[in-house]
Design a protein around this ligand. Structure first.
Ligand code: NAP
Length: 279
């Protein structure tokens, strides 16, 4: 598993991590086994959120005894992101996750509380040792500019945003902004949530043929393509140990320039949309 520095000031983190949205909805034993199998295969970066129902409880069971090798991320809902509300939400997440600290704590998307209040709460949580760093999610460049004015350079660890083969909007401005300011980009829904290109589609056929030369799967090739840029990490969600192991193995695939060009052509970036797409 390749690792990347999580932003300018962060530690090395597995390029492929584990998403957990809806992980609490299926078979609990299979979910725990998926997370453990992912961790064993090197996907030590785990993403969750207070919004994801009981996912934090499932994670707590899966990671028992292995906390120190993990990079654990959770998120505060915008409706809780006041100065006091952010601290209370973080404490609830820590309790559900049965841990004493998060490696990174994110504002899930921008809401109505002033960014300065949420950032003040993040700083307080860092001082108390409850979080090691903080970041944001679903922030477009205008929001990032405002946040930078509030927080200053070197404080924003990451921006977690929608990024998959059929949705490459962040390549226009968000990735360049994050690169310039040393902010990690975390690609969520890297398989398009439930919209992965079918093998019978034109793009799907290109994926399959590249996969065949690497003795890999189409999903592994997709993850490798998305993480080809130095600042980008990806967090696919898997509910079975087999899926998790397959996704982890993508962290060792290196596509060459002509394969990247073929994928670029098969899944064109398209024009810059007016707003940042999000789920
Ligand atoms: P995703 O990771 O793009 O896709 C998940 C789907 O892919 C599931 O149906 C899963 O099936 C399937 N899958 C995974 N590995 C597979 C494999 N090897 N072979 C075949 N199928 C496979 O979707 P996502 O859950 O929306 O996004 C990933 C994570 O990003 C989330 O879980 C969450 O942590 C984060 N996220 C963040 C935001 C935000 O606003 N910040 C928004 C959306 C998502 P199984 O479950 O059956 O394995």
């Amino acid at each position: 598993m390749q690792t990347k520095k999580f932003g300018n000031n962060g530690p090395q983190v597995s390029v492929i991590g584990q998403g957990t949205w809806y992980l609490d909805r299926g078979d609990r034993k299979a979910a725990i086994s998926a997370l453990r199998s992912g961790i064993d295969a090197g996907m030590t970066h785990i993403d969750t959120a207070e919004m994801y129902g009981d996912a934090e409880l499932v994670i707590a069971d899966a990671i028992a005894g292995q906390r120190d090798r993990l990079y654990l991320v959770s998120k505060v809902l915008p409706s809780n992101a006041s100065r006091r509300g952010t601290i209370a939400a973080c404490e609830r997440s820590l309790k559900r996750l049965k841990t004493d600290r998060l490696d990174c704590y994110l504002l899930h998307w921008r809401g109505s509380y002033p960014l300065a209040d949420t950032v003040a709460a993040f700083d307080e949580l860092i001082a108390a040792g409850k979080i090691r760093s903080w970041g944001v999610s679903n922030f477009d460049t205008e929001d990032l500019d405002e946040l930078l004015d509030v927080a200053g350079e070197g404080k924003i660890a990451c921006n977690q945003v929608l990024y998959h083969l059929q949705e490459r909007a962040i390549e226009h401005a968000v990735i360049p902004w994050c690169d310039q300011h040393g902010v990690a980009v975390v690609a969520y829904s890297p398989f398009g949530h439930n919209e992965f290109p079918s093998p019978s589609s034109k793009g799907g056929a290109v994926l399959q043929s590249i996969a065949a030369t690497h003795m890999a799967t189409a999903r592994q090739v997709a993850l490798s393509f998305l993480t080809r840029v130095s600042s980008v990490l990806a967090i696919p969600k898997a509910s079975s140990a087999d899926h998790a192991a397959e996704n982890a193995a993508a962290g060792d695939i290196k596509l060459n320039d002509s394969e990247i060009a073929a994928l670029d052509k098969a899944f064109p970036r398209g024009p810059k949309p007016r707003g940042l797409p999000m789920l």
